[in-house]
Write a protein that binds this ligand. Structure first.
Ligand code: GCW
Length: 681
């Protein structure tokens, strides 16, 4: 198999003899009940992983007895004396949580893995194996863990022709032509990988939706996928094209208040649940970037979402309604439009509607301040949408460790309910006591042999899942775990390469969009620099709209003298952002139009500061290459070469970004490049 196919589930043999002995003892006699699909899959993972890691077959016993060294079962099946030992810990678990504990049972040391439900056992299994893979001590383990977020979802922007919008890792995994009969091993491995990091929902299709997926011909195929994923605790969702009643239902309208339309959706939903009893629901992009929606009929987002919610409610399904809206007919700052449009609807959505909001107010830029809807929309559960695929972050050619970006957003304090009202608390529902919570990530997965194109892009899928489980995890811990499971447990490898990962996000900000610059990508593909583009049909698509460079300076004035987007934040932040003396410099040009001679905190002029940041980005990539070269002894040739070649592309393109942006901005600043910045050749 090619390097990378096995992801972070490689289960390499453990060479350290002390650990090997410890683990071998713990699993010397296992009781593992597997009387249903989820437990079967869990046990299968055990039987795959343990012989590889421990280099010997495992022994299962058919009854729980005092001879067992490891007991795996849901709580209700445990004998009473064991129940007494673990009862308190089980009580605090959610339905998806688990315990892994060492304890003394009948005077012997044993390990127990238990949970309220089967799915908890599956998650525990993956965690237990992961702890072994990452060489953690297990002898006196005491782990009680539950996910903090309910819906941990991947959003695939996969089209029915298998192209993937903003996908840089091959084609869509879903082979519609061979489904439903042909179950590709990939579907199973995809489900395993997701379950191993706790992802429990997947939206199979692009938000720019094709109504055909809701026809019987496709639903049969969706059903086949759902049947595979169910055994791994993953629910299937579909995108619902708002005009489907017209396109596939022969109606003349898709007005959400039209009884025929309501009936059509109710019937459609019932048809889906007949095939897929645990269907998750619909993800909807409506009246956004030309997609149809309720506004086509003079209705609003609440009308549209609630109509679908009513159809889904009897079956326990959800509507996830996206708030990614901005209009060319609206000349207010694009960054303000979603908030302005959605805030008045707070409290009006049905209880099975969640509103999905991108992490920032523009569009998945290398850095954006958190979206002002977080914390402000108090009565509606908000799902945060991250983009794992690197649309504005170098596709699958650049190494960028995104958990650093995700963490920055989740840790941001909205101040909406006083200090400490972080985005993470909004998302996990704890700030306002929501009954439903969710995190979505736009998937970076495709048919590439290694799933994600860039080997390190696997870490972004992995890290997304881990943060969805626990939004308070540190990116440092995630990088550490992933490196150990993927490459090596050798500390001399891990420390420098972890550092490389953790600096990679700031590097891309520096060489693409430093100091709050944003959306200066070339048209359409969003890959290379295009700050000069000013001729697109819609002004809000032109990079010049976002950087506003002129003879005086650069940056988008979002203070009261400009668009006043700052007013959408809690008053403490509004003040902080409005005042050029208190604004964090990483957001400077996001909120302020700043003179070229303005003095930055370090004493440099803005012009020099921008130029030096671009250079710093290039230098960062040079360091990343050096680090990778030093890591060579710990890698096989293909592992080393693949990343090395990609880093060389990254270096070349970091220079391209630096030179293109500086040469262009220099036509306004009319200033020389400062010392230390390489002259473009
Ligand atoms: O990021 C932009 C992308 C579009 C995408 C849109 C969205 C799916 O450029 O490709 O469409 O956002 O999120 O709806």
């Amino acid at each position: 198999q090619a390097d990378g196919y096995k992801l972070w589930l490689k289960y390499d043999k453990i060479e350290n003899s002390e650990l090997l002995n410890e683990y071998a003892e713990i699993v010397s006699s296992i009781y593992f009940k597997d009387d249903n699909d989820i437990l079967k899959n869990a046990k299968k993972e055990f039987s795959l992983a343990l012989p590889q890691m421990l280099n010997k077959q495992v022994k299962y016993s058919s009854n729980i007895s005092s001879d067992n060294s490891l007991i795996v079962d849901v709580y209700e099946n445990l004998p009473n004396d064991l129940k007494d030992l673990v009862g308190n810990d089980i009580e605090v678990l959610t339905d998806e949580g688990f315990i892994i504990k060492s304890l003394t049972y009948k005077k012997k040391s044993i390990t127990i893995i238990s949970a309220k439900k089967n799915i908890g056992i599956l998650y525990a299994t993956f965690r237990f194996l992961h702890l072994m893979q990452t060489h953690k001590k297990l002898k006196s383990i005491d782990l009680v863990d539950s996910p903090k977020v309910d819906l941990r979802m991947l959003n695939h922007w996969d089209n029915l022709d298998r192209s993937v919008e903003r996908g840089y890792a091959g084609f869509s995994l879903w082979n519609w032509q061979k489904l439903p009969e042909y179950i590709d091993q990939r579907y199973i491995d995809y489900a395993r990988a997701n379950a191993s990091i706790g992802i429990n929902s997947t939206v199979l299709t692009n938000v720019n939706a094709n109504a055909l997926v809701l026809t019987p011909m496709y639903l049969e195929k969706v059903e086949a996928l759902a049947n595979v994923f169910r055994g791994y605790g993953i629910k299937v969702y579909l995108t619902a094209r708002f005009s489907a009643p017209i396109e596939i239902g022969n109606l003349e309208t898709s007005d959400p208040l039209n009884p025929e339309v309501e009936k059509w959706w109710s019937n459609k939903v019932a048809e889906i649940y007949k095939r897929i009893p645990d269907f998750g629901g619909f993800l909807v992009k409506a009246n956004s970037e030309g997609q149809p929606g309720p506004q086509n009929y003079g209705r609003n987002h609440v009308d549209g979402a609630n109509m679908m919610a009513t159809a889904l409610k009897p079956f326990g399904g959800n509507v996830i309604w996206r708030a990614f809206v901005y209009s060319e007919h609206d000349d207010t700052d694009r960054a303000k439009q979603a908030y302005d449009e959605f805030l008045p609807y707070d409290g009006k959505f049905k209880d099975n509607v969640l509103v999905q909001v991108k992490n920032g107010a523009i569009d998945f830029q290398p850095r954006e301040p958190f979206h002002p809807m977080f914390g402000a929309m108090k009565k509606t559960p908000l799902v945060i949408e991250f983009q794992i695929t690197q649309e504005y972050l170098g596709f699958s050619s650049h190494l960028v460790f995104l958990p650093k970006l995700f963490e920055e957003v989740l840790d941001s304090d909205t101040y909406q309910k006083g200090k400490g009202s972080t985005v993470a608390k909004v998302i996990d529902g704890s700030l306002y006591g929501n009954t439903l919570s969710g995190i979505a990530g736009v998937a970076n997965i495709g048919t590439d042999l290694n799933w994600t194109g860039h080997p390190f892009a696997q870490a972004n899928w992995y890290g997304f899942g881990r943060l969805a489980w626990d939004p308070d995890l540190s990116s440092e811990k995630i990088a550490d775990e992933w490196l150990r499971a993927t490459y090596s447990n050798n500390q001399d490898f891990i420390e420098p390469v972890k550092n490389l990962m953790l600096t990679s996000r700031e590097a891309v900000v520096n060489y693409m969009n430093p100091l709050g610059l944003h959306h200066i990508f070339d048209t359409g593909h969003h890959y290379g620099p295009g700050p000069w583009v000013d001729n697109l049909g819609r002004p809000d698509w032109n990079p010049v709209y976002y950087h506003q460079a002129d003879a005086n300076g650069i940056g988008f004035d979002r203070t009261p003298s400009g668009s006043n987007a700052t007013e959408q934040y809690a008053s403490y932040l509004e003040k902080t952002f409005n005042d050029i003396n208190t604004i964090p410099e990483e957001y400077l040009l996001w909120f302020h139009h700043v003179p070229w001679d303005y003095k930055l905190q370090n004493g440099n002029t803005l012009w020099d500061g921008i130029a030096l940041k671009y250079q710093e980005g290039v230098n960062d990539v040079t360091h990343m290459i050096q680090t990778w070269d030093n890591a060579k002894p710990y890698l096989n040739d293909s592992e080393y070469n693949e990343v090395k070649m990609l880093l060389q592309i990254q270096l070349k393109e970091a220079k391209w970004w630096r030179d293109a942006c500086l040469l262009y901005f220099q036509t306004f600043s009319k200033k020389e490049l400062p010392e230390g910045v390489e002259k473009p050749t």
